[in-house]
Design a protein around this ligand. Sequence first.
Ligand code: NAD
Length: 469
Amino acid sequence: MPAYDSLLASITTDAVSARDVFDPATGELIGRAPLLTSAEADAAVDRAADAQAAWAALGHEERSAVLHRAADAVEAQSEALAQILSREQGKPLNGPNARFEVGACVSWLRVTADTPTPTQVVVDDGSDYAELHYRPIGVVGAITPWNWPMMIAIWQIAPALRMGNTVVAKPSEYTLLSGLALIAVLNEALPSGVLIAAPGDGGIGAGLVANAAVGKIMFTGSTATGKKIIEASAGNVTRLTLELGGNDAGIVLPDVDPEAIAEQLFWGAFINTGQTCAALKRLYVHDDVYEAVCDALVEVASSMPMGIGLDEANVLGPLQNAMQFDVVDRLVEAARRSGARVLLGGDPKRDQPGHFYPATLIADIDPTNDLVVEEQFGPVLPIVRYTDLDEAITLANGLDVGLGASVWSADRDRARDVAARIEAGTVWINSHGGVHPMIPFGGVKQSGYGLEFGVDGLKAASVPQVING
Ligand code: NAD
């Protein structure tokens, strides 16, 4: 049996408690994903708790070696994983999509395995001596969204395991097969009970948050769900890392070369067909270069093939689900009704299968329009014209979220000055959305709290302990 078929067969079920999974590009049935009951999810937490002490006792060196073996397993199954991801999530194999995502899982596992332990001597002055250690928390609950279902799961699982925790991972109900396939492959290398999948809907996630044996929740998803988790965490003072929604602004200064930046701008906004937390979601362009930037973006966007993910030619795919299609559709209609200029797209073919929404660029839009101030999470970019940089910065900072942002300029120092005035967890200069396993990532304002990646990410997956004396 080809690798894709055998991996898919190993994670699908004909049990009654299961969910049919459909390809968002064609509507075809791909398989049936098992769903846990609340009692089964609690039993998974118990098993993870039982396995934790032995896993922690292995020590950093051995756990790092196991993480490398897990990375080997993902590498060996990378094409089967990419195909399951592409069929279920919709993202094409090529471009910054399915193969890229599986490749990122391998890199994050390896770099997380090799990151030095955060332990440090904090005072050693002859009279006082203190060390700061980072100990395992116990069981970590890892709750993920549907847009990057494998990569985001690894962002939570890898540091949690590295620091000696065991993990119960709950994939999004929209991308159960992607989550289950990844965990099945990782488990080829991990000891039993160290990483357990808890497939289910939001109720299973809420059960993890409420479970007293779960010491930390690492959550990536919407701000609305994040707020529920904050409230529910109060009961057991459960620790939280929250990577929540964003509505990233980009500010283009008048000194740019529009054609030179157009492709980077495009991918900043349209990576994963716009379904990315830290994608460029509203662009503010100076009047001097406004028309030239719009023209260059239209040229790039028109050349990007969209279609079924398994077709090697495509780099844009469908939206993952009908709910997200409706959000995008509503926001584009709101923009059109307001008199904004549709430069490209905005005309989905409603009589064809799949949740395809074409790449859409909207110009001359009021900065208070819903398409600008709400997170569209799809292949649409509103382009706002400005003349006064202070006003553009005020608009960029005017929302209650602050995940990422970008500044585009030929003058790096000037761009850095503007970046320092923007309220966002990351500000990129002349690019948008790139992440690196050693560079801390996290939001401000209602985009959440806590950092992921690198040494800071390891600290966040553990509890500090001072040894004084
Ligand atoms: P969502 O909040 O609807 O769901 C995320 C996960 O939470 C799912 O697994 C869901 O089953 C679970 N869940 C739902 N209710 C729960 C509850 N009460 N308790 C515990 N878990 C619960 O988000 P989504 O629609 O899957 O993802 C899209 C959103 O995620 C966007 O807003 C996007 O910006 C954000 N996101 C943020 C980041 C980041 O790093 N900051 C990354 C990716 C996506």
